[in-house]
Design a protein around this ligand. Structure first.
Ligand code: NAP
Length: 491
């Protein structure tokens, strides 16, 4: 059933969520949200000020004690109800994401499934937050450890996965018993606003989740991070901003989870099933129009199969239909904003000036919206900017290698270490290369590997900590150790 877009937009709260109530910004300020496929303004939201940010933290701190004492089963039930509601509202969430971010509807529906799973996963993990009881090796004490919620958290999310990046943080925080201030990305706040309302509808008590978005990110985050009552910051976004937040977090010695940028290698060995590799490459590169931290950034292909891989990959890419994501025929949406379009154009120009060959695409789309044609570049020199920088768009540069050792060296030649992909039919090679690849995530003959049950995160400048899996809950708990005099120990 087609969604009535105007009616949906009218249902999305436009205020700041503070202490369970949606309210205007303290200075009455607003900011606009635009549809990147058309350049049209689709919503006007309250723009949070520093005072609003402080009020949101006050609300979170006020209920932290009570929320931490809520039985885990109750927190679990709220998450499970939220999971059900997100599924019921699947079309609404998908439409909102397509409207504000541009991804094709089919992908937006996929994100509702993926993002929703964090609610179900952490509803199940919430009741398994175990401690431990054991005697000390010397027998003088009994050791008891309990896990406690970290305390009030600031959660900052990016625009590229507006639902999943929120649920991946909010769900474990709820499961652990933490209260929160969520600051969604300025470009895509509507999904977070609707998600927050969904959490309230699922029974989340007032003040546990507060949402403040606005035109100035630092005006919101700085006063919160400077307040010693805050105990954690969890951030997903660029490495540049992540480093600034880590420096700021040091002032109050905050716990930090940092999910930052990537520069994923996609390695195709000479023994790979090339059709399988091309299918995997489509997912690893073109999902979300290439605007994913896990997106394959560099295709490292053995010289003996590079020509065939490039030809087959370019043929598949040319089958994509670029357009407004609300059109069901669209398989490649616009970039999120004008700045992104300019940056992708510059990266491709730099590569072609250095001798790269355009196999398909290679230019911006025509008309309104921020479109760039899905592109494959061959013979790209390894020092081209498109290889050394995170592309964040539908551009696939191919570099060749001749030995496994060279492939490993090229793959690791980056300050990033988030995702990596390897295509080979040789299992012993898989284990060998996984030993050598410095990446937190590895797809082996698989181009899309994100899953709520898996620990997601990077090494090097791609970040700290893990989201999802059992590990995702650890990020929101702290361990208290209680030493009890052993009843059999002497005085
Ligand atoms: P970004 O510019 O770093 O922004 C991310 C979030 O941080 C937004 O909410 C943004 O708010 C906020 N922000 C920006 N400057 C800030 C500051 N000085 N203080 C506090 N908050 C600030 O990143 P993006 O362009 O939205 O996202 C793309 C990046 O995210 C890519 O590098 C991508 O690889 C990374 N990413 C990583 C993962 C992962 O799991 N590792 C997942 C998705 C994306 P405004 O929107 O208001 O500017």
């Amino acid at each position: 059933m087609a969604i009535d877009v105007d009616a949906l937009l009218a249902r999305v709260p436009t205020g700041l969520l503070i202490g369970g109530t949606w309210r205007d910004a303290s200075d009455g300020g607003t900011y606009d949200v635009e549809n990147p496929a058309t350049g049209e303004t689709i919503a006007r939201l309250a723009s949070g000020t520093s005072d609003d940010a402080r009020a949101a933290l006050d609300a979170a701190c006020e209920v932290q004690g009570e929320w931490a004492a809520t039985p885990a089963r109750e927190r679990s039930n709220i998450l499970r109800r939220a999971f059900d509601l997100v599924q019921e509202r699947k079309e609404e969430f998908a439409t909102l994401m397509t409207l504000e971010m541009g991804k094709p509807l089919a992908e937006a529906r996929g994100e509702v499934v993926y993002g929703g799973e964090f609610l179900r996963w952490f509803s199940e993990e919430a009741v398994r937050d175990y401690g431990r009881y054991a005697p000390t090796p010397e027998g003088n004490l009994r050791m008891l450890t309990v896990r406690k919620p970290v305390g009030p958290c600031l959660l900052i999310t990016p625009w590229n996965f507006p639902l999943a990046m929120g649920t991946r943080k909010v769900a474990p925080a709820v499961a652990a018993g933490c209260t929160m201030v969520l600051k969604p990305a300025r470009l895509t706040p509507l999904t977070s606003q609707y998600f927050a309302q969904t959490m309230l509808d699922a029974g989340l008590p007032a003040g546990v989740l507060n949402v403040v978005s606005g035109a100035s990110a630092s005006a919101i985050s700085n006063p919160i991070m400077e307040d010693s009552r805050l105990r954690k910051v969890s951030f997903t976004g660029s490495t540049e901003v992540g480093k600034q937040l880590m420096a700021k977090a040091a002032e109050n010695v905050l716990r930090t989870s940092m999910e930052l940028g990537g520069n994923a290698p996609f390695i195709v060995f000479e023994d790979a099933d090339l059709d399988d590799a091309v299918a995997g490459a489509m997912g690893a590169k073109m999902r979300n129009t290439g605007e994913a931290c896990t997106a394959a950034n560099r295709f490292l292909v053995h010289e003996s199969v590079a020509e065939e891989f490039g030809r087959k990959f370019a043929a598949k890419i040319s089958e994509l239909t670029m357009g407004n994501g609300l059109d069901e025929k669209t398989t490649c949406g616009p970039l999120v904003e004008a700045k992104a379009l300019k940056s992708i154009s510059e990266l491709v120009d730099d590569a072609t000036e250095r001798g790269a060959k355009v196999l398909v695409g290679g230019k911006a789309g025509e008309g309104a919206g921020y479109f760039y044609e899905p592109t494959v570049l061959a013979d790209v020199p390894s020092d081209a900017r498109v290889i050394t920088e995170e592309i964040f768009g539908p551009v696939a540069p191919i570099v060749t290698f001749s030995t496994e050792e060279e492939a490993m060296k090229l793959a690791n030649a980056t300050e990033f270490g988030l995702a990596s992909y390897v295509y080979t039919q040789d299992t012993s090679r898989m284990f060998r290369v996984s030993d050598h690849l410095d990446f937190g995530l590895m797809g082996f003959n698989a181009g899309v590997i994100s899953n709520a049950a898996a620990p997601f995160g990077g090494v090097k400048q791609s970040g700290l900590g893990r989201e999802g899996g059992a590990e995702g809950l650890d990020e929101y708990t702290t361990i208290q150790y209680i030493g009890i005099k052993d009843p059999y120990a002497g005085h």
